[in-house]
Design a protein around this ligand. Structure first.
Ligand SMILES: C[S@@+](CC[C@H](N)C(=O)[O-])C[C@H]1O[C@@H](n2cnc3c(N)ncnc32)[C@H](O)[C@@H]1O
Ligand SMILES: [Zn+2]
Length: 309
């Protein structure tokens, strides 16, 4: 199993990352609101959803939203705040590579700002296609390796490696999302063609591509306030999303699964299964036991811990 970016080992409060990034936050939510606001469905999964930064964009469209994250501490720390704003949200600690859900359970899902921590995107995309239903909407965001600044820098250095489809591991620069220079840090930027192929191989079709955060630059941030930046961002999202110049790309995808049964799972315990062997679970208030492999899972301070590697 690939390595995991375990935020719990870093004791990092990810919400602090957003304190001075209102422009990027609004730019991302603008896209997600456009995608999810007209949608309707039952179960929805925010994979690597952390403290629920993006929950407002899908909460009113899906009846049963779940935030899944590998960081149990983040979910425990933010549980009360998330639940007070979004009472229907369930929080589950689990690994995106091995999710504790039955096949074809979800009508919608998203992964934003997490793929750079995913070393084996092919394995992950296969797993997410397993749990999503036929015709479900899935949004995959990724850090774009060939964005305009990176492309110009490479051409000036006469280094054309950037245009290969290989993922690009960002060099360690000081503290990055809580990791320090000495720690192993999975921080991958992906080539748009690579991600498109991986999604299409698992029967996702790309409904629409959106460029995002076109103006991400400390220099522009010093010159313009957030409202003016958003004014230009929206124009650029509308006019330049066909290109690969933005540092972040959102893909709105639809999954086609001809063989999927459309089962309406009513409760959380109905969608859950063992993340290790996919066996059925015996679930009570605080503990779940796999009927096949006997593995035990516990609720810890109100959050189910289904993390396996
Ligand atoms: C940069 S944060 C993004 C949070 C949120 N999606 C957002 O955009 O605000 C990355 C999150 O991915 C989670 N994560 C990293 N690897 C994971 C994995 N294998 N399974 C589940 N979550 C993971 C981390 O714990 C962290 O909360
Ligand atoms: Zn099991």
């Amino acid at each position: 199993m690939p390595d995991i970016s375990d935020y719990d080992k870093l004791d990092y409060d990810y919400s602090t990352y957003w304190e001075k990034r209102e422009y990027e936050n609004s730019a991302e939510k603008h896209i997600l609101n456009k995608i999810f606001n007209p949608k309707h469905g039952n179960w929805f999964l925010d994979i690597g959803g952390s403290y629920g930064r993006l929950t407002s964009t899908y909460y009113n469209s899906y009846n049963k939203p779940i935030i899944l994250d590998y960081s149990l501490k983040t979910l425990q720390r933010n549980k009360e705040i998330i639940k007070s704003k979004y009472p229907n949200v369930e929080l589950i600690a689990a690994n995106a590579y091995k999710m504790p859900f039955k096949d074809n359970s979800f009508d919608g899902g998203l992964m934003v700002r997490v793929l750079h921590h995913i070393e084996k995107p092919k394995t992950y995309i296969k797993e997410v296609s397993r749990i999503l239903n036929n015709n479900s909407t899935y949004v995959q965001e990724y850090a774009n390796k060939v964005h305009i600044k990176a492309a110009i820098k490479s051409v000036l250095k006469l280094n054309f490696d950037i245009f290969s489809e290989e993922p690009y591991q960002q060099p360690k620069r000081g503290s990055n999302e809580g990791t320090t220079e000495s720690e192993k840090n999975i921080f991958l930027n992906y080539h748009p063609s690579h991600i498109k192929k991986l999604l299409e191989n698992e029967n996702f079709s790309i409904v629409k591509k959106y460029g995002c955060s076109f103006l991400r630059s400390p220099f522009i941030k010093k010159l313009l306030n957030e409202n003016i930046m958003m004014f230009f961002e929206i124009i650029m999202q509308d006019m330049l999303s066909w290109s690969n110049i933005s540092p972040s790309i959102f893909l709105e995808c639809k999954l086609s699964k001809s063989e999927a049964e459309n089962i309406e799972y009513a409760d959380l315990k109905d969608v859950l299964h063992c993340p290790d062997c996919k066996g059925d679970l015996n679930i009570d208030q605080e503990k779940a036991i796999c009927k096949s492999c006997s593995k035990e899972f516990f609720k810890k301070e109100g959050i189910w811990d289904f993390r396996v590697k």
